[in-house]
Write a protein that binds this ligand. Structure first.
Ligand SMILES: Nc1ncnc2c1ncn2[C@@H]1O[C@H](COP(=O)(O)OP(=O)(O)O)[C@@H](O)[C@H]1O
Ligand SMILES: O=P(O)(O)OC[C@H]1O[C@](O)(COP(=O)(O)O)[C@@H](O)[C@@H]1O
Ligand SMILES: [Mg+2]
Length: 439
């Protein structure tokens, strides 16, 4: 992997920061972050041993944090905030903390909320900007969803940049997943082309935790947290019937982090099926034979399945169905599994009871838990520090447990997936006791 993680800046940072911080260590209060405060990071997220084993060089990353000198004169700046893609716990915490940091740390008065995702930057869509102020957002962290509204679907990049320029926006904070970050990168390229100095900063959001390089995306933890009592109750349903089977389908389009983590957190799960596996249903090493073995032994079973699992079991569509943003819409593995289990045991004349539970959007529309709320605050504050210093085309994220800047281009190179040879998946296998042969 090409290993240049240098962050682009709009120009020289010469304006003194209004923040009253220490200029050197040892003053018993926080010191400004300097440009050479760098951090050597393991980009595999699996330990330096893995880097050495696979000959992957660590990356040298900029620490996030307040800079002593800024590119923008904070009092005169105009900031905009946009939230795109699917809902995710913590979006409102990020909006709130961005507004608080802009207003209280830097004295910026002009903050615009872009309504309904990138759509809100296209005037023809007819959405009105929302003026943001601490009084307006002070309570929004208590609610799930997004205060600004969101959307999927491609928008014209030139038109969006026209709007940013027309409204004299100096910095755009884009809260979203891989799609949003691709959009933000496209906007940044267009502003560059026009010689327009707009800082474009991404704040990675997705319950799927599939954004590469960062330790975790905010909202992921709340999502699997919300799923765990559902699994607990599914277990009661399964155990309440002789040969009872409960299936819980959880979100996770292309990565199984939610399913695997929830299954480990609520260790009553006997099988967890994720997109990273290519298991078979039939045959002696297949899922159905393993389920029969479990039922014959214990007379109940709990299965957690990620929505993107088992797609190889369906006939491939010549033209795959996609959503408005171009994301592939998966076939319903939950219902397919339920029907396949029923047919299989019918064919064996073995009576079973199947309970199917799909909590669907419930796990992503909840407000953020305490741990995600901490992360949201840290990301938002550091996003504001980065923008004020003139950083652009970057995201703020936690990597190897440090707050850093990463080029957007790096985090969108590929999706993060569960390493089936790694610790997380091994924990899931140990916790469920499902056969290792079910790959
Ligand atoms: N390459 C791209 N260029 C411009 N906009 C994009 C690009 N990819 C995705 N987008 C836009 O980003 C927004 C959010 O993307 P989506 O995939 O729905 O959610 P997420 O950001 O959560 O992954 C959508 O409006 C989508 O059209
Ligand atoms: O039905 P919707 O709103 O399009 O979203 C469904 C998808 O959204 C997700 O929550 C991921 O959304 P993002 O790509 O926006 O992060 C997936 O888990 C799920 O597949
Ligand atoms: Mg996405």
């Amino acid at each position: 992997m090409e290993n240049n993680f240098e962050i682009q800046t709009l120009g020289a940072a010469t304006i003194p920061s209004p923040l009253n911080l220490a200029k050197e260590d040892g003053n018993k209060f926080y010191r400004f972050v300097e440009e050479d405060d760098q951090f050597l990071a393991d980009i595999t997220l699996q330990g330096f041993d893995t880097c050495i084993q696979h000959n992957i060089r660590p990356a040298c990353l900029d620490k996030a944090g307040p800079r002593e000198h800024l590119y923008f004169n904070p009092k005169n700046t105009k900031a905009a905030i946009v939230t795109c893609g699917g809902l995710c716990p913590g979006v409102n915490n990020v909006i709130r903390s961005l507004v608080m940091a802009l207003h209280y740390f830097y004295g910026s008065e002009r903050i615009l909320g872009i309504p309904y995702g990138f759509e809100g930057l296209v005037p023809e869509k007819g959405h009105e900007f929302i003026e943001l102020h601490p009084d307006k957002v002070k309570d929004i962290h208590q609610f799930g969803g997004t205060y600004l509204g969101s959307s999927r679907g491609a928008q014209n990049v030139e038109r969006m940049v026209d709007t940013l320029i027309e409204h004299k926006i100096d910095m755009l904070f884009a809260i979203g997943g891989d799609g949003t970050l691709r959009g933000a990168e496209a906007i940044a390229r267009e502003t560059e082309k026009r010689g327009s100095d707009i800082a474009i900063i991404g704040i990675p959001k997705t319950i799927d935790n599939d954004i590469d390089l960062i330790d975790k995306s905010f909202g992921f933890e709340t999502a699997f947290d919300t799923a765990t009592p559902i699994i607990r109750d599914a277990h009661n349903e399964a155990a309440g019937a002789y040969n009872g089977v409960a299936i819980v389908k959880l979100m996770g389009r292309d990565s199984g982090f939610i399913a695997a983590s929830a299954a480990i957190a609520m260790p009553v799960v006997n099988f967890v099926l994720i997109p990273e596996m290519s298991f078979e249903l039939g045959g002696k090493n297949g899922f159905l034979a393993a389920l029969k073995k479990r039922l014959d032994l214990k007379h109940h079973a709990v299965i957690v399945v990620a929505e993107g699992a088992g797609q190889h079991l369906f006939e491939t569509d010549s033209v795959p169905k996609t959503d408005a943003s171009g994301n592939i819409q998966h076939r319903d593995i939950g219902i397919f599994l339920k029907d396949s289990i029923k047919h299989y045991f019918e064919s064996l004349s073995q009576e079973i009871t199947v309970k199917y539970i799909d909590p669907s959007y419930i796990i992503r529309s909840a407000p953020a838990n305490a741990s995600d709320s901490v992360l949201c605050n840290q990301l938002a504050y550091n996003a504001v520090h980065a923008a004020m210093a003139g950083k652009t085309k970057c995201v703020v994220g936690k990597m190897n447990n440090q707050l850093v800047h990463l080029p957007i281009s790096k985090v969108i190179e590929k999706r993060k997936k569960i390493d089936v040879e790694g610790d997380l998946w091994f924990s899931a296998l140990q916790s469920t006791g499902q056969p290792f042969s079910l790959l």
